[in-house]
Design a protein around this ligand. Structure first.
Ligand code: F6P
Length: 326
């Protein structure tokens, strides 16, 4: 085991449900191993601006169930500049912090990896984003809760859709990935899904909708925010152009998808990932990110993360369509 005096943990990028559970696991695991723990406020910004909070056992009590992140988070373009990274390192040195754990997305890992190489500082990444768009892990923290939130919202929208025999274009997040949309569509019983990874045949879609509307049937169409048409409003504009929009409504779910109490799976993964990150540091490992593959916690080279596209389970699309032939 390597001797580590203090570690710092930060959350970076978009908040994701389960980040708090992960912070708790990191802090408690560190304390268990006799390591001091600091939380960094507002992601990499806090490193640069010297905003740290010493975290003791009870500072992370009662947060496992809370959405968002108690540490605050930010996207931090300043960290791209070497001068700012140098400031961050000086701040870490002053507190005798000799390792860093970054809970965030792919972009956050890239900055952290550069930092680690520049200053020979051990770092471990933990993937947390509702987008689940990072290679090398089956799940990122937040994905499962966001899916449950979407499904819950679609269930509610369905009440109006079926009562009024309407079509709802439900726009979901996901950045440039359709993983969230695809899984949400399969699990909410949607009739169609638009994703960034696919160029859909709009004419076929139009025909399918005409058949559904002629039969007074409601439909749920999940549209990923990054889809090739330009989101739900653009799909609506296309249908309007075809005189097909009377019974069509748009619901953009937005940031509600990032909020709320984390699900069982997100709390569990966050806890396992957080504990493993501390263990990796103690074993003298660095520049790794933790993940889950085939239900096993794994650690991979942080420089090998890429945005995963297309989703591995693209075959869901065939099933979605098979189950909604009209
Ligand atoms: O990465 C998470 C995510 O919610 C994406 O799905 C979305 O495109 C983006 O963040 C929105 O970012 P912001 O909250 O900065 O507008």
């Amino acid at each position: 085991m390597v001797k580590i005096q203090n570690i710092a943990v930060l959350t970076s990028g978009g908040d994701a449900p389960g980040m708090n559970a992960c912070v708790r696991a990191v802090v408690r695991a560190a304390i268990y191993h006799g390591i001091g723990a600091y939380g960094v406020i507002d992601g990499f910004n806090g490193l640069i601006k010297n905003q740290f909070k010493k975290l003791d056992y009870h500072d992370v009590s009662n947060i496992i169930q809370r959405g968002g992140t108690i540490l605050g988070t930010a996207r931090c373009p300043d960290f791209l500049h070497k001068k700012e990274r140098k400031k961050a390192f000086i701040n870490l040195q002053a507190l005798k912090i000799d390792a860093l754990i970054i809970i965030g997305g792919d972009g956050s890992f890239k900055g952290a990896s550069i930092f680690s190489h520049e200053f020979d500082l051990p770092i471990i990444g933990i993937p947390a984003t509702i987008d689940n768009d990072i290679t090398g892990t089956d799940y990122t923290i937040g994905f499962d809760t966001a899916l449950n939130t979407i499904i819950d919202a679609v269930d509610k929208i369905r009440d109006t859709a079926s009562s009024h025999h309407r079509v709802f274009l439900v726009e979901v997040m996901g950045n440039n990935s359709g993983i969230l949309a695809l899984n949400a569509a399969a699990a909410s019983g949607a009739e169609e899904v638009f994703m960034p990874e696919r160029n859909e045949d709009l004419q076929k879609f139009e025909e399918k909708l005409r058949r559904a509307l002629a039969a007074n049937k409601s439909s749920i169409i999940i549209v990923a925010e990054g889809d090739q048409i330009g989101g739900a409003k653009e799909v609506f504009a296309y249908l309007k152009d075809k005189n097909l929009s009377d019974k069509v409504r748009v619901a953009v779910l937005g940031h509600m998808q990032r909020g709320g109490s984390p699900s069982f799976l997100d709390r569990l993964n966050a806890t396992l990932f957080g504990e493993q990150a501390v263990v990796e540091l103690l074993q003298g490992n660095t520049n790794l990110y933790i993940g889950m593959h085939n239900n096993k916690v794994i650690a991979s080279d942080i420089n090998h993360t890429q945005v995963k596209s297309p989703p591995k389970n693209m075959d869901y699309l065939k099933i979605i369509r098979k189950l909604s032939v009209y």
